[in-house]
Design a protein around this ligand. Structure first.
Ligand code: ZN
Length: 205
């Protein structure tokens, strides 16, 4: 990053992305807990015995999307193969208050405002286009798998609507974003490596 010669994404960048993303999910959750009207604080946890299955479903789909990157684009996609399923699962951190017995809104970070904010913040802090595309893909994949209600404009507005009509568009964009992420990796590989090679040659005596 910033050196002019870009390399494959590092696991340090992946870890930083996970921290930034988790922080944003928790921030949206906190805003909901503090500012949402009591009538909107009706978020529940799902029955405990269905949680492992749901987490596996989310991680599994994230892994399939991530593997799409690796299969098509090889070794450079590997850090993203790890990043995608973990991000897909991390969105559910926004159920934390309900687990702790605190009143909260339904799915405060499962929102279009969250998607836009997460993209803007990762663009500013992480500065890798392929990471932005993976954040978009993971978040929409998660929302495309969930069922029930969500507030598309949370935490600005807590009007709940069913997720069902949004599922297909969310899943389509999630898949397209992965392919776009793969193209970014490929474009970098083709465009940037020859420059690195030239630099290496020009450094020879
Ligand atoms: Zn969820």
């Amino acid at each position: 990053m910033g050196s002019g010669i870009k390399r494959a994404l590092s696991y340090k960048t992946v870890l930083l992305t996970l921290l930034v993303y988790s922080g944003l999910v928790l921030l949206f959750t906190l805003i909901g807990v503090i500012f949402a009207p009591p009538s909107a604080q009706i978020g529940q946890t799902r029955p405990a015995d269905t949680i492992p299955e749901h987490v596996l479903e989310l991680a599994g789909f994230g892994l399939v999307l991530g593997l799409g990157l690796a299969v098509v684009y090889g070794r450079k996609g590997l850090p993203l193969v790890f990043l995608l399923p973990v991000l897909t699962v991390l969105l559910d951190l926004d159920h934390l208050p309900a687990y702790l017995g605190i009143a909260q809104t339904i799915r405060p970070a499962h929102s279009l405002v969250f998607v836009a904010t997460a993209l803007a913040i990762t663009a500013i802090t992480i500065k890798h286009l392929e990471v932005d595309l993976v954040v978009l893909s993971a978040t929409l994949a998660h929302m495309g798998i969930d069922t029930g209600l969500f507030a598309p404009l949370s935490p600005i507005n807590f009007d709940y609507v069913p997720l069902d009509p949004y599922k297909v568009p969310f899943l389509v964009v999630a898949v397209l974003a992965v392919f776009a992420g793969g193209f970014v990796l490929r474009w970098r590989g083709l465009r940037i490596e020859p420059v690195a090679g030239e630099l290496a040659r020009s450094a020879l005596p």
